[in-house]
Design a protein around this ligand. Structure first.
Ligand code: UT7
Length: 310
């Protein structure tokens, strides 16, 4: 038996902010945003909706979808850089709200790679026999740390949550291989002071190199070749970065998720939201080999190769 995803859920706020809406407030254009990033619109949470509220909605759906009860969870891992407050953690808040009274709880801070770090951590606990079910959530309210007067960053980000329940799956399914990495020397390039600040060009160069390399590495670690890959779920930061990873795996465009168009960059939520989106649209089937790959502030990166199904 290995560890795999046995249920998923998502939540995005109803409020859609289009590029045309941003044109009214900033010196920007729909044309610039679409050609440089691929983003058409993003979801922005209301003032009274915080990260934990969105996480709860996604978590509930994932638990129901897995067919387990909250009491059966052994561990809750919440990947976020926008918790409601520094402490208590979002995971502890959820533990209470969900009634997951047997679960331990901790938040994971690995920015846009946080969901991958969470999946890999869950895999260790499950495969060691310490946990039966682990809830992993990627969740962000980036709008609360966005400087809405800075066109360099305000057009890029969005809010949302994606959740997965991991448990034991059959030998032929689940997480086959992973890679996690960090290069703290690039920490200056993307950080939160009061608001999120970013040196876009430097992050872009790092991301193009690392997304392609890490995607290939994880396939090789699985003892497979790029021809075996059925679907790519890259972190949704910028279509040009995503395309470079897709080309490295020689995958046709329709075999890569591109929810960046509709959700923008939702940091740790982008990979689970995309996975869920593709599942809902029937583009990922039982037995497919999928590669998840992300990078982000730290700088950090991570990738996972998994065979979909239970
Ligand atoms: O989740 C992980 C974190 N972040 C990322 O992955 C971001 C990685 N970086 C990127 O995606 C890209 O670097 C950006 C989308 C942020 C920027 O695209 P770029 O092609 O690297 O543009 P640039 O920063 O080189 O800027 C080109 C020009 C600049 O004008 P000048 O200096 O050439 O006159 C910017 O001021 O575009 C200008 N610009 C804008 N113009 C219209 C920057 N933002 C905007 C904007 N609208 N929103």
């Amino acid at each position: 038996m290995g560890a795999g995803i046995i249920g998923m859920g998502k939540y995005v706020p109803e409020n859609v902010v289009t590029n045309a809406d941003l044109e009214k407030k900033l010196d920007t254009s729909d044309e610039w945003i679409q050609t440089r990033t691929g983003i058409k619109e993003r979801r922005i949470a209301s003032d009274d909706t915080d990260t934990s509220h969105m996480s709860y909605r996604a978590a509930k759906e994932a638990i129901d979808n897995a067919g387990i009860s909250p009491e059966e969870l052994d561990l809750i891992l919440v990947a976020t850089v926008t918790p409601d407050q520094p402490f208590p953690s979002v995971s502890s808040m959820l533990q209470h709200q969900l009634g997951a009274r047997n679960a331990a709880a901790m938040d994971v801070s690995a920015a846009c790679a946080g969901f991958i770090y969470g999946l890999v951590t869950a895999k260790q606990f499950i495969e060691s026999g310490s946990c039966k079910y682990v809830l992993v959530i990627g969740t962000e309210k980036l709008s609360k740390i966005t400087d809405w007067s800075d066109r360099n960053t305000a057009v890029l980000f969005g809010d949302g949550s994606g959740a997965a329940v991991l448990g034991n799956v059959s030998d032929e399914r689940g997480i086959i291989s992973f890679e996690l990495g960090a290069d703290g020397s690039g920490g200056e390039h993307i950080k939160q002071e009061e608001f999120l600040k970013m040196n876009g060009r430097e992050v872009f160069k790092f991301a193009v190199r690392q997304m392609g390399e890490s995607s290939m590495n994880v396939v090789e670690k699985a003892g497979l070749s790029k021809e075996d890959v059925d679907f790519l779920i890259p972190h949704q930061a910028n279509i040009r970065i995503m395309e470079s990873a897709r080309q490295r795996l020689d995958l046709p465009p329709e075999r890569m998720s591109r929810t960046v168009e509709r959700y923008g960059n939702t940091s740790s939520a982008s990979i689970p939201l995309s996975l869920m989106y593709e599942l809902e649209h029937g583009r990922i089937k039982d037995g497919d080999l999928i590669v998840l790959v992300g990078f982000g502030a730290g700088l950090v990166w991570g990738s996972v190769a998994m065979r979909w199904g239970r």
